[in-house]
Design a protein around this ligand. Structure first.
Ligand SMILES: [Zn+2]
Ligand SMILES: [Zn+2]
Length: 620
């Protein structure tokens, strides 16, 4: 067995030189990975007997798992950071070398690095890759930065326990999490983002704004409070106005069905674990279920009468409550719940109408998202390997989707082969101000369900034909969409959508009556106004209204009673001074009617931007 010193002598170290022109996300990945090595080096200075496991870059940061002689606490992190800063200040060169695997095993065995030995045992190659900076050497596939000096904008964030290889039969290791960025400004912005993320959590804001709440006995479903209902109702009004205009009709179907429905649709076979099943009295096993989606029962509705080609496209919406038996651990407030509703619609059409109808749906989507100022990206998913239906129909459908997107000047990515077996689809990802993407809208063609349910229409030539179905939702789950909006706007919803648009605040008890009269004027104008009666100090009540992020606060005192004016404070602009009551009513009514986007949100998305990979550098 060769001694460690001899092995080290035999190595040929190459200075690490990343290729030029790397996109930002790749530069960040290297900085974070290198920072994890620097952190391990700093920890080893403090604890020479540390046994290192793995230290990869992750989204927005890095970690390293290690076995230490004692348990670290949050108080240890500044000392580790201090040592990291010293290392980074020396701007150490990162080097790379290859080493025969048996010799690498000798090396790490002599150092007592048992986790590295286990990792080595799992590498099939004859040679393994090593990186080092200063005298810190690690078994590592890279990639890394050239000089450690670029890793200076970091912060250690937290500690956690982590089982070796994620297996709880293995020893529990200590994990240190950190973040690293290219500039001090980005690091600052990210730390601010972390704080803000907590404050913007829709579950926290749901309580703070009195919109909804959760109780452990409800097993992951929300209680909707009156103010939450007001917001839902406003979304619903937007939905109703735009969809009526676009030629949709609405129906209401049952929520419970016999299993025959789901056997016909195929859900009984494929989706039963996610459904709430119901056992009828006297039956040995469940024969009914709560519906998890609106598709199968809308097919039944279609069959309630005969259809002619003249009625197509037939746009039918159904927004009943849906129930899915999601695992308890996967539930997350409104974002993932066991009860939700969709702004769902099914469109039945002739295959020649696909392009026109898809264009109409996308037009509607564009209009609706514009009221929230949401940016979005579109993906077209095409024919997969296991596709059903005639190739000509697929071609017609895919061309229709493509031309519809092009005719509206919408940019889109193509996910070749990513469609469902029963039809191609368009997915819409909403980008929020926290730099996240959410799949909300979906437009999906379906050649399958209409056949399974034997749907027909009488065509121009008097022949019975099967219609194509489109499943489409724009918000997706209405509850989840609201959760996204709340976090996107940090709870400060635009005036048109705010649960309480106006809070009237009398300074003293003598003005309570006038305040009520003022509020009534707004209510009469179809707006949402309340009075915070003078039972506590005015400054306290203003703070409370601000905590509830109410867009307009109207303060009325003696002078206002005499002049018939109101003193206006807004959540966004603070003090606007005295205004005639009439002018304020007009302003808010106009915003309400036009659905004006009158809020500015702190937007973190630039922090998480990615850059296209330059063509010349795709292979490194
Ligand atoms: Zn590494
Ligand atoms: Zn559907």
């Amino acid at each position: 067995m060769a001694a460690a010193e001899d092995i080290l002598q035999s190595l040929t170290w190459e200075p690490n030189q990343p290729p030029p022109g790397l996109p930002r996300q790749e530069r960040l990945r290297r900085i974070r990975h290198s920072a994890s090595h620097v952190m391990a080096q700093a920890v080893r200075e403090l604890f020479p007997t540390v046994k290192l496991a793995i230290g990869p870059p992750i989204e927005n940061g890095f970690y390293y798992d290690m076995e230490l002689p004692r348990t670290l606490t949050q108080e240890d992190l500044p000392e580790i950071e201090k040592r990291m800063r010293k290392i980074v200040a020396r701007d150490p060169q990162f080097f790379h070398a290859n080493l025969a695997r048996p010799r690498a095993m000798d090396l790490f065995r002599e150092w007592g690095q048992t986790y590295k030995l286990e990792l080595l045992a799992g590498i099939p190659d004859a040679e393994v890759s090593l990186y080092k900076q200063d005298r810190f050497l690690d078994l590592c596939a890279g990639p890394h930065v050239a000089q450690g000096g670029v890793c200076g904008h970091f912060k250690l964030l937290s500690l956690a326990g982590a089982y070796w290889r994620g297996d709880e039969r293995n020893p529990m290791l200590q994990r240190i999490y950190g973040t690293a960025w290219e500039t001090a400004e980005e690091l600052d912005e990210y730390l601010h983002f972390l704080e803000d993320s907590k404050a913007r959590d829709h579950r926290k804001l749901g309580t703070q704004l009195d919109l909804f709440s959760f109780h452990p006995w409800s097993a992951g479903c929300a209680f909707w409070h009156p103010r939450g209902m007001a917001v839902r109702e406003e979304l619903r009004r937007l939905w109703r106005e735009t969809h009526r205009e676009a030629g949709y009709v609405e129906i209401m179907n049952p929520v419970i069905y016999r299993k025959d429905l789901f056997e016909t649709s195929g859900h009984w076979g494929h989706f039963r674990e996610n459904m709430f099943l119901i056992q009828e009295a006297g039956e040995p096993e469940p024969t009914m279920a709560l519906k998890p989606m609106n598709c199968p029962d809308t097919m039944l509705y279609y069959k309630t009468r005969q259809h002619s080609y003249k009625e197509l496209p037939l746009r039918i919406s159904e927004g009943q409550l849906l129930h899915r038996n999601e695992p308890m651990g996967s539930l997350h407030g409104l974002m993932r719940a066991r009860v939700f509703s969709q702004d769902d619609a099914h469109i039945f059409l002739h295959e020649d109408q696909i392009q026109d109808e898809i264009a109409r749906v996308l037009d509607l989507l564009k209009l609706i998202y514009s009221f929230f100022g949401l940016r979005y990206t579109i993906t077209l998913s095409t024919k997969p390997e296991n596709a059903m239906g005639e190739p000509e129909l697929w071609e017609k459908a895919e061309n229709g989707l493509r031309r519809a997107l092009e005719s509206l000047g919408l940019e889109f990515a193509v996910d070749a082969g990513g469609g469902a077996y029963y039809g191609p689809k368009i997915d819409v990802m909403v980008h929020d101000s926290m730099g996240r993407q959410w799949q909300c809208g979906t437009v999906q063609l379906d050649f399958n369900l209409p056949r399974r349910f034997e749907l027909e229409f009488i065509d121009r030539d008097n022949q019975a034909r099967t219609p194509v179905a489109i499943h489409r939702a724009l918000f997706g789950s209405v509850e989840r969409f609201l959760g996204i909006l709340i976090e996107h706007f940090a709870g400060a919803l635009p005036t048109w959508l705010a649960p309480v648009q106006v809070m009237v605040l009398p300074i003293a008890e003598g003005q309570d009556e006038y305040a009520r009269a003022v509020a009534k004027r707004f209510v009469d104008a179809g707006l949402r106004a309340e009075v915070a009666v003078a039972e506590s100090k005015i400054s306290y009540r203003i703070r409370d209204a601000e905590l509830h992020k109410i867009p307009y606060m109207l303060v009325v005192g003696k002078r206002e009673v005499e002049t018939g004016a109101v003193s206006v404070r807004t959540y966004q602009e603070k003090d606007r001074g005295s205004m005639p009551l009439e002018a304020v009513i007009e302003e808010i009514a106009r915003k309400n009617r036009d659905r004006t986007l009158d809020v500015t949100v702190k937007d973190y998305s630039a922090l998480f931007r990615t850059e296209a990979v330059p063509a010349a550098d795709t292979a490194y």
